[in-house]
Design a binder for this molecule. Structure first.
Ligand code: SAH
Ligand code: SF4
Length: 344
């Protein structure tokens, strides 16, 4: 059997040092290599200050990028969606979202997802596997290579549940944030979870200054369990307790994601319940009109109803904003990622 190829993206300074010392290279070569890996460049051949012999050996014995771009789709609003292939042939999606003052890459943490939320296209795929830290980080590098600059922000809001892939999540955050890595500020990183309570508590204890986003979508257990099976394992009482603990540990404001579904969770009483539930929690509510998925039961509310709901929450004393939809024409909006594109 062949020894597994080493993958450069995902490695830190110490690991690269070890690799190059096995190759019999002087220590400073590892620093040179590290600078190229996360710069990034398309291939090992582009690492111009490494001797040709070393580049050849690295190309034979290591893989630089664990992801390769299969297709890119461009939205009218500048959003780009990438279909990426992994070494084992699995497919994932990554979204690049340009804004005036910043740019955001929305990355996947798993192939598929176990959580089975009824409104989410990824949920209907089922679960295949968690991504490695290298595969997570490489999504940002692939987008950076395509657009020609590093993004300022990263959100773990693509396919999969990040807290169900905890160790690789933490490792990938470390690389994104490291000065030798992508040097993206902790405050520019957002991790979104459907509410995996033990993961939230563990993450809180790491004391990182990132933003935690929690997909709530309903403010009572009965309604929430109807669309999110995780709510049966972790009811709202336990989730809220974990969120208060998270704020106490990190002093960071939590983002509450609430996808508005017409006639299901967008009424006056829903707003009241949400206001009561979130009272006293340091948080900001992000309202997202749901993107209906094929075969799903949920419908987008009228925009007048979205504004009405926003006002109810505001009158209740909550901080609220409505998320502007990006990339819907290329199925790049929230919940539309499926990791599989039909032939056109
Ligand atoms: N698994 C994590 C992160 C990925 S999903 C989570 O669930 O939080 C990113 C966000 O998109 C979540 O808030 C999720 O609830 C939301 N989402 C999923 N499907 C959606 C849809 N069809 N319309 C709007 N938002 C959706
Ligand atoms: Fe998984 Fe998040 Fe989709 Fe739920 S919303 S199925 S947790 S990716």
């Amino acid at each position: 059997m062949m020894t597994p190829m080493r993958v450069l993206v995902g490695q830190g300074p110490e690991e690269l040092k070890r690799l190059l010392s096995e190759f019999g290279e002087p220590g400073y070569r590892a620093d040179q290599l590290l600078k190229w890996v996360y710069r990034p460049v398309p291939s090992i051949d582009d690492m111009s200050n490494l001797p040709a012999g070393l580049r050849d050996r690295l190309s034979r014995e290591a893989v630089y990028h664990p992801c390769s771009v299969v297709t890119v789709r461009h939205s009218r609003d500048g959003t780009r969606k990438y279909l990426l292939a992994l070494a084992d042939g699995e497919l994932i999606e990554t979204v690049f979202i340009p804004e005036t003052q910043r740019s955001t890459v929305c990355i996947s943490s798993q192939v598929g997802c176990k959580m089975g939320c009824s409104f989410c296209a990824t949920g209907s795929l089922g679960f295949v596997r968690g991504l490695t830290a290298g595969e997570i980080v490489d999504q940002v590098l692939q987008a950076a290579l395509d657009v020609g600059s590093r993004p300022s922000n990263v959100v773990y809001m693509g396919m999969g549940e990040p807290l169900d892939n905890y160790d690789e999540l933490i490792r990938s955050i470390g690389i994104l944030n490291a000065p030798w890595g992508l040097n993206i500020g902790m405050r520019q990183i957002t991790v979104s979870t459907c509410g995996v309570v033990p993961g939230i508590r563990k993450l809180g204890r790491e004391g990182l200054a990132l933003t935690l986003a929690v997909s709530l979508h309903a403010a009572d257990d009965d309604k929430r369990s109807r669309i999110m099976p995780i709510a049966r394992a972790y009811p709202l009482a336990r989730l809220m307790e974990a969120l208060h603990e998270y704020v106490a540990n990190t002093k960071r404001r939590i983002t509450i994601e609430y996808a508005l579904m017409a006639g299901f969770n967008d009424g006056r009483q829903d707003a009241q319940r949400l206001t009561d539930l979130l009272k006293g929690l340091l948080c900001h509510v992000n309202l997202i009109p749901v993107n209906p998925i094929p075969g799903g039961l949920q419908q987008k509310p009228e925009s007048s109803q979205v504004v009405r709901f926003e006002n109810w929450l505001r009158q209740g004393g909550l901080e609220v904003s409505i998320r502007r939809e990006r990339g819907a024409d290329i199925e790049a909006a929230c919940g539309q990622l499926r990791g599989q594109w039909e032939e056109i």
